[in-house]
Design a protein around this ligand. Structure first.
Ligand code: RAM
Length: 364
């Protein structure tokens, strides 16, 4: 009995130390990572009776620090792990680069974590580091932004790529009134998710209904606020006939919304945005730049990445097409992905409009 109480106290202490550590910067996040692995040792001693099925450390690496979307994803991962009573570590690189993520992957391999869920800053550049991780027995899934197929067991996709492409193209067509110039303001040029959405939009644009639209430029704000503002201002001044900007990035769309409204421009904006950041810019009158936009729940996406990591580690799934599993969010199936690997799709994109934005802005 005493031993059980001790085990329970140890678990509470461990979870508390991990929660405190999940900060938003690389420095803040890196320190508790070490604590997490060090603290894992006494838990093993206690397994005799406390016996959590998975007693390793589950890692999450976001694209970069300072992006509230990434923090919501991490929050979801953390919440799921807390609910399951498992150990975890969350890392946010300082910049949205592959190099920063490779350093973190190597650190996690040295710490012998059980799994890594990663939002990839580059599809191919992470491959050697992730292959080394997999060779060491670490289960890998990508989430939000995929690695290439060889670098993961499975990708946790927020929504089907084709649906996102179709949805955004239809929004552009609608806001342009069926014809005219439009531009894309993206994140980094190597971001797998934005690049696949842009490719999907271009494919849709080949249809007859979109023939009178002209895509004048794809600009990159690197998911940095000021760079995204500067890129938007450049689009506004370089293309006086521009009708619509589509920003498939939460950082980009918010920066573009402000830049368009500050310039008093009539250019309309759509894309993928966080309701909490975009509420002031959503409206159908001239004073608002964004009549409507889309997203999914980034907290649930982070949770799903946690559940998938656990399912990979405990062997419920291997990541092969046809694998199924059930978690607190529902039933999921692993399906073939367009890049030759496999994926699990969280759900369809959701529209945010003047009618529902007030309700959603407090949620995420
Ligand atoms: C930004 C990031 C993220 C993307 C969202 C829509 O926050 O680029 O990867 O999924 O936008």
């Amino acid at each position: 009995m005493k031993k059980r109480l001790l085990s329970a106290l140890l678990c509470v202490a461990m979870v508390a130390s991990l929660v405190v550590g999940c900060g938003g910067s690389k420095e803040e996040a890196a320190a508790p990572a070490e604590e997490a692995t060090e603290e894992a040792a006494p838990a093993e001693e206690a397994t005799e009776e406390a016996a959590p099925a998975n007693d390793g450390v589950y890692a999450f690496i976001s694209k970069a620090a300072g992006n509230p979307y990434n923090e919501k994803e991490a929050e979801g991962f953390q919440t799921a792990m807390d609910e399951l009573g498992l150990n975890y570590v969350i890392k946010h690189p300082e910049t949205a680069t592959a190099d920063a993520q490779i350093t973190m992957i190597n650190e996690l391999v040295a710490q012998n974590v059980s799994s890594i869920a990663i939002a990839a800053n580059d599809a191919d550049a992470l491959q050697p580091a992730l292959e080394a991780a997999m060779a060491a027995g670490i289960k890998i899934c990508s989430v939000d932004s995929s690695t290439n197929a060889a670098s993961r067991a499975v990708h946790v996709n927020q929504a089907g790529t084709a649906i996102i492409g179709q949805t955004l193209m239809d929004a552009v067509l609608d806001l342009a009134g069926g014809e005219g110039q439009w531009a894309i303001l993206s994140a980094t040029s190597t971001a797998t998710n934005q690049n696949s959405w842009i490719a999907a939009m271009k494919e849709v644009m080949e249809g007859d209904a979109y023939a009178s639209l002209e895509l004048v430029e794809v600009a990159y704000g690197d998911d940095e606020y000021q760079k995204s503002v500067d890129q938007t201002q450049a689009l506004l001044s370089n293309y006086p006939e521009l009708k619509v900007i589509c920003a498939p990035t939460t950082v980009g769309i918010m920066a573009a919304a402000k830049a368009i409204q500050d310039a008093g421009s009539s250019v309309k904006l759509t894309g993928l945005g966080l309701p909490s950041e975009m509420a002031d810019y959503i409206g159908t009158d001239d004073a608002h730049s964004c009549p409507y936009m889309y997203l999914w729940n980034p907290i649930d996406l982070g949770k799903l990445a946690a559940y998938v990591s656990v399912a990979l580690v405990d062997g419920t799934i291997t990541g092969a097409a046809g694998d199924t599993f059930t978690c607190a969010l529902g039933d999921y199936e692993v399906v073939e992905a367009a890049d030759g690997g496999t994926e699990i799709i969280a759900g369809p994109p959701f529209a945010f409009t003047p009618e529902n934005i007030e309700e959603w802005k407090t949620v995420y």
